[in-house]
Design a protein around this ligand. Structure first.
Ligand code: ACM
Length: 258
């Protein structure tokens, strides 16, 4: 199957054009699943809760409708991050299929000012069965807690779709370890650019990447440019947790000793 990571540079608050721009980048390659960044349509640096409330959308809001339409036209799957207006406001990601919404994830580990803007996720780390394999989601800073990827791996995930707005420099290399220790594939879709608003400055590091179950970096994008990369992968490789005759990474866990 073909997987694409999409790296964008959204303009804060310009939802209509940010979606158009992302879709035009996606139009340039054919893939079975496209992964977009965290909060890809709104931008990241909300000044306060009031601003977030205005830009947050219900799961079936404008962003969903636009993305769903494109997924249908192109018979494909898409993962994207958005600020979700529900009973509270969550930093969420949606998994869309050609015909409908398939999955929702709410960011469990909030980063920096997100802690005063969003409610922490309350759906755990679900895994979804797609025609080409088992896909789960985590969002950006979730990477720093190995429990995120491990929880997904123990539920049988083969591909971790990882929308991100990374600011710390460590994640692209750390994902190599997350994939290696769980023998899963990951696709981190990060953004580029900076948002300096309300006295808070965030600079995003790009370097979106796809990493294989054996830790190999299959593609890594630039630190500064919008771009897209598509890679052919065999997700079934993620089902074999054996690294030799004696070591199976899942069965070898000594849970009685932890
Ligand atoms: C982050 O979690 N957006 C750094």
């Amino acid at each position: 199957m073909q997987i694409a990571v999409v790296q964008t540079n959204p303009i804060f608050g310009d939802v209509v054009n940010n979606i158009k721009r992302a879709l035009s980048i996606m139009q340039s390659v054919k893939a079975d699943i496209y992964i977009l960044p965290e909060l890809f349509a709104t931008g990241y640096n909300f000044i306060d809760e009031e601003e977030l409330k205005i830009l947050a959308e219900p799961i079936d809001g404008y962003t969903y409708k636009e993305i769903q339409k494109w997924a249908k036209e192109n018979s494909t799957y898409i993962v994207y991050g958005f600020p979700e207006k529900a009973d509270k406001i969550f930093n969420s990601s949606a998994l869309i299929g050609p015909n409908n919404l398939i999955g929702l994830y709410r960011k469990v580990h909030l980063y920096d000012r997100e802690n005063i803007l969003f409610s922490p996720g309350n759906l755990g780390f679900p895994v979804f069965d797609l025609p080409f394999g088992k896909v789960g989601m985590m969002i950006c800073f979730d990477w720093i807690y190995p429990e995120s990827a491990r929880s997904l791996a123990l539920k049988g995930v083969q591909l971790i779709a990882h929308p991100a707005n990374l600011v710390l420099p460590y994640c692209p290399d750390a994902m190599v370890t997350r994939c290696l220790e769980n023998r899963v594939f990951s696709a981190t879709a990060n953004r580029v650019g900076a948002e300096n608003r309300g006295g808070f400055n965030f600079e995003f590091i790009g370097n979106s990447e796809i990493v294989a179950h054996n830790g190999k970096i299959l593609t890594r994008l630039s630190a500064i440019e919008e771009s897209i990369s598509v890679v052919e992968i065999d997700l079934s490789l993620a089902s074999n947790k054996k690294i030799n005759q004696w070591n199976d990474l899942v069965l070898g866990r000594r849970i009685d000793q932890y």
